[in-house]
Design a protein around this ligand. Structure first.
Ligand code: R5P
Length: 300
């Protein structure tokens, strides 16, 4: 009988890995990693991988150090005889710089995808920031699945929010706001966003006449500086609407973003793709399904 996949969490991903094993089957192994005094990374696979199908669980919210650790783990697994090595990255970094906006800029999404495609045989992630690219296959040359968090967000909103009015802060968010709204039969709207810099965001609101009795729920894929959601919440307040609930997929929350956002909204919740105090929505069941369905590409 083929043994279950070996699920190897990179440090910080242990809880998600256990949840994956519970949802989809698999044995959870261990990886040890630390920094040498000079800043280099030490890494050791604590579970035998020879002949095993290995799933490395590594969310990439600390993209640069997380990536190097992942590279060492993937390469070590292959060198030690793993039958195949996949990356399970609940949050996939380097998806937003998908074109050169100014002359000379590196298109980091493409470079990052090429590097990851060299390292692993497959990829499962959640709501990657696909904007100008339609699918992961436009960047990644390995089998890759993008899980949609919308059903999990929808179920949480339906259970926790009375008379929700779903609002996306920008046109990109229309895809998941609409999907959630349709699943729970709620009204929805999308703002227009203008971003002038990392911390300089403004939004415009469509006409929400007749929605006064609803609870606004701001839905976005990523909260990074938090400025998008803060600008959206401030505009709702200026228009006399109730303080919104914010539901995000990837809670990156750089610096003091989380504290600033909490100060202007009723509640902030996130999916558990990035470990964060706002985590309230489990993604492992959806990710485990996608892992089971991902076609295998044996290494040559
Ligand atoms: C933008 O395209 C994304 O969907 C998010 O709205 C954006 O990444 C949020 O960033 P921040 O929290 O820095 O405003």
């Amino acid at each position: 009988m083929t043994p279950h996949p070996l699920i190897l969490p990179l440090p910080g991903n242990e809880s998600f890995a256990r949840d994956l094993a519970a949802a989809g089957g698999g044995e959870v192994g261990a990886v040890e990693s630390r920094r040498f005094p000079d800043g280099e990374t030490y890494l050791r696979l604590m579970s035998p991988v020879a002949g095993r199908a290995v799933d490395l669980v590594a969310t990439l919210a600390g993209p640069d150090p997380d990536f190097l650790r992942l590279a060492f783990a993937a390469d070590a697994a292959r060198a030690q005889g793993a039958a195949r090595v996949r990356l399970i990255a609940p949050y996939l970094a380097y998806m937003r710089q998908d074109k050169a906006f100014h002359p000379g800029e590196a298109v980091t999404s493409d470079t990052f995808a090429r590097l990851v495609s060299l390292l692993v045989d497959g990829l499962v992630t959640v709501d990657p920031h696909l904007h100008r690219r339609a699918a992961l296959a436009d960047l990644y040359t390995i089998p890759a699945a993008a899980v949609q968090a919308a059903p999990a967000l929808a179920d949480w909103i339906a259970a926790e929010v009375e008379r929700p009015l779903l609002i996306g802060p920008d046109s990109e968010s229309a895809q998941w706001v609409q999907a959630i709204a349709e699943r729970i039969g709620a009204p929805w709207a999308v703002m227009e966003k203008t971003r002038r810099g990392d911390f300089d965001v403004s939004v415009e609101l469509p006409d929400l006449t007749g929605r006064a009795g609803h609870t606004p729920v701001l839905v976005d894929d990523i909260a990074s500086s938090g400025r998008t959601l803060i600008a959206a919440a401030e505009l709702l307040a200026a228009r006399g609407l109730a303080r919104p609930v914010c539901a995000v997929v990837h809670a990156l929350f750089a610096g003091d973003a989380y504290a600033r956002l909490k100060a202007v909204v009723a509640r902030v919740v996130s999916c558990d793709s990035v470990p964060h105090p706002s985590n309230a929505i489990r993604l492992a069941p959806l990710v485990a399904q996608a892992m089971a369905a991902l076609p295998d590409r044996p290494r040559t």
